[in-house]
Design a binder for this molecule. Structure first.
Ligand SMILES: *Cc1c(COP(=O)(O)O)cnc(C)c1O
Length: 393
């Protein structure tokens, strides 16, 4: 990767960007399991601490394995810089702590990850930061929610579990006109399917726990964006400490090498499963951006390279029938987690969205018959057989 005269493509960056070989010349990236680093002399220690000399000091600040992950993920997102965090929620909290202050306002999608909703709605108000939540995909509704003190617009697209697609370019323009930053939680698509930064977003946030690792092994998170923004975040992280561990960084770094082929294969499986679900008599509706029946299919095709890996569908008959499908699964894992090579199934109304009032849930379209499948690398015929058992009456 030393040829600066050549722009390497995504596939090459995924397996090589950021690699720093040690004196031993290892081919695979090394895992530096060390909390601290030693200096040659008192003078060198002083130079490192004063930033006069670049280098490692302590792994809460920086660690070579974590650095390799940050450089590689930044390359894949087309970002100037990236900072890794202990989890996806640590990435979101660090973004707010580093870039916002008391008196600032956030505009966020209503259908964001549950813990993000809790953080914005219940925890940040204690520190003088309020959030307005916007339902639906209408850009005008976001405009109406802006205030003079809005500093951050925060979205997830496609949404969970209804796979609603938001127009990243339009929302970036809207945020910038209001003097706010647009942050996109890109955990569902990853840069293999969607790159929010070239579309105008300022920050891309990841739960690396999901598809970046992709095999359900570790927790991790990251934020990508322009250097000055990431520098601010780094200042918060090195002091406050929600840093990524080198071991988790190493797992995620190796996960990135297979990210694109996993995402492409899982998306292809998801499309095939979604098409099949649309033909099932006991399925009332299928939500998948890759289907022509999806309301934002055209936007999804513009902004994503595939429909993604999440398929939701509504079973006729409500909760009893939906639970019947879940309880007849012998292959699909019954778990609220997603982003794994193993396909998972969830009943949102009684799990991930169970604490929302029934009225609010119905208003947001999360019905009692809704099921969410995060499609993995299992054979589609086997997934169909598993789901067909419970769908038959
Ligand atoms: C899981 C998830 C998070 C939180 O990530 P953790 O790694 O569990 O902290 C944030 N956003 C989205 C979209 C997620 O799916």
């Amino acid at each position: 990767m030393n040829d600066s005269s050549h722009d390497y493509s995504f596939d090459t960056l995924a397996v090589r960007a950021g690699q720093e070989r040690s004196q031993f010349g290892e081919h695979s990236e090394a895992l530096y399991l060390t909390s601290s680093f030693v200096f040659d002399s008192a003078a060198q220690a002083a130079a490192r601490f004063s930033d006069a000399e670049p280098g490692y000091i302590y792994s809460r600040l920086t660690n070579p394995t974590v650095t390799m992950l940050q450089v590689r993920l930044a390359a894949l997102e087309g970002a100037e810089a990236c900072v890794a965090t202990a989890s996806g929620m640590a990435a979101i909290l660090s973004t707010v702590m580093a870039l916002l202050k008391s008196g600032d306002h956030i505009v966020a999608s209503l259908s964001i990850f549950g813990s993000t909703q809790q953080l914005f709605g219940n925890i940040l108000p204690k520190f003088g930061i309020d959030t307005s939540f916007v339902a639906g995909g209408d850009v005008a509704a976001y405009r109406a929610a802006l205030r003079p003190n809005t500093k951050l617009v925060f979205i997830e697209t496609p949404s969970n579990p209804l796979t609603e697609v938001l127009d990243i370019a339009a929302l970036a323009q809207l945020a910038h006109a209001a003097g706010a930053l647009l942050a996109v939680d890109n955990s569902f698509c990853t840069p293999a399917l969607q790159k929010p930064l070239p579309l105008g977003a300022d920050l891309v946030i990841h739960s690396a726990t999901k598809y970046l690792d992709g095999q359900g092994r570790v927790l991790g998170g990251a934020v990508c964006g322009r250097q000055p923004l990431i520098d601010e975040m780094f200042k918060f992280l090195r002091t406050a400490g929600p840093t990524l561990s080198p071991f988790n960084a190493w797992i995620i770094l190796k996960g990135l090498e297979t990210l694109k082929i996993r995402m492409q294969a899982q998306s292809a499986n998801a499309l095939e499963l979604a098409c099949w679900l649309e033909t099932q008599p006991n399925v009332a509706r299928v939500f998948y951006p890759g289907l022509p029946s999806h309301p934002q299919h055209a936007l999804a095709l513009r902004q994503q390279s595939s429909g993604g890996t999440i398929v939701s569908f509504e079973v006729k008959g409500g909760r009893d029938e939906a639970w019947r499908v879940v309880d007849h699964c012998k292959l699909l894992s019954i778990t609220a987690n997603l982003g794994d090579t193993k396909t998972t199934i969830t009943h949102p109304a009684s799990t991930t969205h169970g604490r929302i009032s029934p009225e609010a849930r119905t208003a947001s379209g999360i019905t009692e018959g809704l099921l969410r499948v995060a499609v993995g690398l299992d054979a589609v015929v086997d997934l169909q057989a598993d789901l067909a058992r419970g769908l038959k009456r």
